[in-house]
Every structure is written in structure tokens, then in C-alpha cells.
Design a protein around this ligand. Structure first.
Ligand code: NAP
Ligand code: MN
Length: 268
């Protein structure tokens, strides 16, 4: 007997997602696949049913799996989610005929160092450093050890290419194609005045670079770190080093033009 072809279906809890998952599972089963709702590490594919938030949570909950993902959009925006619920038959047909390409999605790693020890976070969209108490935050920004600026403002977003259409985009950062090997350092409400000078635009750095943010003394206990929408708080925070992660996420792309048509239809 040959090994079963296992597919994980990871769905959020809304009604439309549950209905879509049920239909998807029935259709996959009819084609001979074994569908798992409990994450199976032996699966060949992860299908995430929901919006972008569901995709982010599926990645974090399953610890950045190397099993490729495809998304069925039942979310509000669903920029990551290529397949529409009405196109499930077409998707299964193309999947079985290997009519897709696999794109590598990069993650941003943060080494968060307090005065005592360092902690590690990885983000798919971005990692944000911002004030926890509505005060202007001051931090020194270094790129590969070079001092760039003493930043003053609300905070800084370090975003991945695939996260560039999320928070980064809302604050005026550039859209970066997901397979490019870069990080974008985007200021949140930077102050540029006679009192303070901060860069007003984002900086796109090479994928091999390290971006370091060193907090000025009075912010060591009033700074928040937000990774893909989830808050983390540390005592005696000193500095954060950002790099592109060695870990990658794999996404199946069925239509190479989708990214551009999505940009137009979802953002304009
Ligand atoms: P959420 O509040 O539902 O997310 C806000 C919106 O961002 C949703 O419409 C979501 O799409 C969309 N989104 C998420 N990742 C995206 C991406 N890579 N490209 C384009 N749009 C994207 O919360 P969530 O669903 O848990 O997502 C967390 C993300 O929200 C964070 O990583 C951050 O990027 C973003 N965020 C944005 C702002 C802002 O724009 N001012 C502020 C805070 C956080 P779905 O509707 O499909 O979920
Ligand atoms: Mn959401």
C-alpha cells in the first residue's frame, strides 16, 4: 500500500471558514487525499482557511513549518490567501497536476536583549518597537554597526517583504515583492524639527544586514515589542538586533499575476 497523501486543513472559527473547510475536505477526500484538522507533521500541504490573520496564526502556532502553505480567503482582506472559496475545484485540479510554483517567504528575527539576557522572536509580517506609554520614544538606529540616527517618534517597524503590504504600507512604507531578500526599516510618526532630526522615509536594507535599535535609558521599561500583532513586554530592555531569518515559509502560487491584480483590487 502506498503512503496516504495527507493535507492539513487549518481553519479559523468563523462560519464561512467552517463551511469552506468542510467542502474542501469532502472534495480532497474524494480525490484520495487524507485530510487532517489536527496538524500532522507528515502532511504534504497546509491549507489555511481564513484571512491574513489566520495565516499568521497558523504559522506561529505550528512553529514555522517547512510544509508549504496555500490559503483560501474567507477573511476581510486576505492578501496572503490566493484561492477564493468558489475556486476550490480549480485549485485541486491545478494542485494535482503540479501547476504551481513554490515561493520562499522570509521572516524577520529579533534578538531582544535586556540588561540580563536575550530573547528571540520571529515575525512573518513585521516586528514593531514602540513606546508603551504614549510618550515619544528615543532610540539609536544602527545598520551593520553604523550609527544612522537618533530616532525620535512613536516607534519603528522592521518589516519583511511579505509584511510590506501590512502595517508598513499604512504608514507610508514601500511595497516590496515577497521573494526579495531585504528588510524595511519604517519610522512611525518620526519627528523632524529644530529639536529632533529623524529620517522621514523608510530604509530598505540588504538581507544580510543587521539592524540594531538601542533604547535611550529612560525607555528601558516603557517599550513594547509587537510581533505580527502580538505584544511582548520586557523589563530593562537594552537593544534589539534584527536580521532576516534562516527559517523560511513556503507558499504555493497558482497564478503569478495574482500579486499585481491583488495589489490593484485590494489597495486601490
Ligand atoms: P487585523 O487587525 O485583522 O489586521 C489588520 C489588517 O491587515 C487586516 O485586514 C489583515 O487582513 C491585514 N493584513 C495582515 N497581514 C497583511 C499582509 N501581509 N498584507 C496585507 N494585509 C495584511 O489583525 P491580524 O489579522 O491579526 O493581522 C496582524 C497584522 O495587522 C500585523 O502584522 C500588522 O501588520 C497589521 N496591523 C496594521 C495596522 C495598520 O495598518 N495601521 C496596525 C496594527 C497592525 P485580514 O482581514 O485578511 O486578516
Ligand atoms: Mn485579521
Amino acid at each position: 500500500m502506498t503512503n496516504p497523501r495527507i493535507i492539513n486543513v487549518i481553519s479559523n472559527k468563523n462560519l464561512e471558514s467552517k463551511r469552506t473547510s468542510k467542502e474542501l475536505a469532502e472534495k480532497l477526500t474524494a480525490k484520495g487525499f487524507t485530510v487532517k484538522y489536527q496538524y500532522d507533521v507528515n502532511a504534504e500541504l497546509n491549507i489555511c482557511v481564513g484571512g491574513d490573520g489566520s495565516f499568521l496564526r497558523a504559522i506561529h502556532r505550528n512553529k514555522f513549518p517547512t510544509i508549504p502553505f496555500v490559503g483560501i480567503n474567507t477573511g476581510h482582506l486576505g492578501f496572503f490567501q490566493e484561492i477564493l472559496p468558489e475556486n476550490i475545484d480549480d485549485f485541486i485540479h491545478k494542485y494535482m497536476n503540479k501547476q504551481y510554483i513554490t515561493e520562499e517567504i522570509s521572516l524577520v528575527d529579533a534578538e531582544v536583549c535586556t540588561k540580563e539576557k536575550c530573547y528571540y522572536l520571529s515575525g512573518l509580517n513585521e516586528i514593531v518597537v514602540k513606546g508603551a506609554r504614549s510618550k515619544v520614544i528615543h532610540m539609536d538606529v544602527y545598520i551593520d554597526g553604523n550609527h544612522l540616527e537618533n530616532f525620535c517618534g512613536d516607534g519603528m517597524i522592521i518589516s519583511t517583504p511579505s509584511g510590506s503590504t501590512a502595517y508598513n504600507f499604512s504608514v507610508g512604507g514601500s511595497i516590496i515583492y515577497p521573494t526579495l531578500n531585504t528588510m524595511q526599516v519604517t519610522p512611525l510618526a518620526p519627528i523632524s524639527s529644530a529639536a529632533y532630526r529623524s529620517l522621514l522615509n523608510s530604509v530598505v536594507v540588504p538581507g544580510e544586514s543587521t539592524v540594531a535599535l538601542k533604547l535611550r535609558h529612560r525607555h528601558t521599561n516603557s517599550t513594547l515589542i509587537v510581533r505580527d500583532g502580538v505584544e511582548f513586554k520586557y523589563n530593562n530592555l537594552d537593544r534589539i538586533n534584527f536580521t532576516i531569518s534562516d527559517k523560511k515559509i513556503y507558499k504555493l502560487i497558482f497564478d503569478k499575476n495574482m500579486y499585481w491584480s491583488n495589489l490593484k483590487s485590494k489597495f486601490l
